[in-house]
Ligand binder design. Structure first.
Ligand SMILES: Nc1ncnc2c1ncn2[C@@H]1O[C@H](COP(=O)(O)OP(=O)(O)OP(=O)(O)O)[C@@H](O)[C@H]1O
Ligand SMILES: [Mg+2]
Length: 309
């Protein structure tokens, strides 16, 4: 085999897609590992089950014909219904939402600057507000970048387990001043010996987002408690709960969606990415998240990490 042929074979074989090369009699000349393992009946040297070329079994064939040495062959991508479509939808939805979220503070920024150019306006107050808008745009961009870092497989899990209490205590400390201003008390309940194999930076992101939410939405007089417990089966549950205004029960399941904010939250700053990020971090560490509570009953977000984490 010449270099090109070896390269071509490796490309197909190691492709992450379910992809096959067919000869002019629809026989499989080459198939990616993914195709062989996930689609029944795909075997090199044998004919491709004909329904796979006609949209059967939920497979959408994408056919790329070409000629080599006078022989006609076809490269066929065998995507599952949903695979590609769901991914494309997710991407385009995300891009649309980011653009929309950016447009609002940008429009306010423009108005502020235009107003500042009018005679007799309080320019320094307007500039201060403009700086606030820029801050919000920066926050949004940082969160989007962090999310995409997570999605591209940034390391959430650390090599060794380490005590979690110091990380959580520091995260709460940093928010103490804001909490006092909002009239929200912050508490930490965590035995010093509890450990998790999660990067401190990631753990800090989780703690910070949960506490920030309680400070922002709980309302004056609320108490936020960050509690960590080791269960009988060895799993570790980290929960952030407050006794503030809470959300409607029907909204609990949607809080982890990107950009989801309850109607009541819209008046305040925020982009709706915080809990989506929390969910990402926890699931990448092999864990799961749930939201509990109800209107007027506060909110509790529990993150469960498996025993090995
Ligand atoms: N402790 C809480 N009490 C009441 N509502 C909450 C609480 N935490 C979250 N929420 C609701 O859930 C929504 C989503 O929270 P999330 O942290 O994902 O986004 P955000 O706080 O709006 O923005 P961001 O965290 O990206 O700055 C909030 O907008 C708010 O409506
Ligand atoms: Mg938030």
């Amino acid at each position: 085999m010449d270099v090109d042929a070896v390269r071509g074979r490796a490309l197909v074989e190691e492709s992450r897609e379910a992809v096959v090369v067919l000869d002019d009699a629809d026989r499989v000349v080459l198939a990616s590992r993914r195709a062989r393992h996930t689609i029944e009946g795909v075997r090199e040297g044998e004919p491709l089950p004909s329904e796979l070329l006609t949209g059967g079994r939920g497979v959408i064939p994408l056919v790329v014909p070409y000629e080599v040495d006078g022989r006609r062959e076809r490269l066929v991508y065998l995507s599952r219904e949903g695979d590609l479509a769901a991914y494309e939808e997710l991407r385009s939805g995300f891009t649309a939402a980011v653009s929309h979220e950016l447009r609002t503070p940008l429009a306010r920024l423009l108005t502020l600057l235009e107003t500042a150019a009018l005679p007799g306006e309080d320019v320094s107050a307007l500039l201060e507000q403009a700086a606030g808008e820029v801050e919000q745009i920066t926050e949004l961009i940082d969160e989007v970048l962090f999310l995409s870092e997570l999605e591209s497989g940034a390391r959430v899990v650390a090599l060794g387990a380490a005590p979690v209490r110091p990380v959580l205590a520091e995260a709460l400390d940093e928010l103490q001043e804001r909490a006092v201003r909002a009239g929200v008390a912050l508490r930490l309940e965590c035995e010093p010996e509890i450990e998790l194999a999660i990067r401190p930076r990631m753990l800090r992101v989780v703690a910070r987002n949960l506490a920030e939410n309680a400070i922002r939405y709980g309302g004056p007089g609320a108490t936020f408690t960050l509690a960590v417990e080791r269960e009988q089966d060895g799993s570790v549950v980290l929960s952030g709960s407050d006794d503030g205004i809470g959300v409607e029960e029907a909204e609990l399941g949607r809080l982890f969606e990107r950009f989801y904010r309850t109607d009541r939250a819209r008046a305040s700053r925020g982009t709706g990415l915080g809990l989506a990020i929390v969910k990402h971090v926890v699931t990448q560490a092999g864990g799961s998240v749930v939201a509990q509570g109800g209107r007027g009953r506060g909110l509790e977000i529990s993150c469960r990490f498996p025993a090995s984490a």
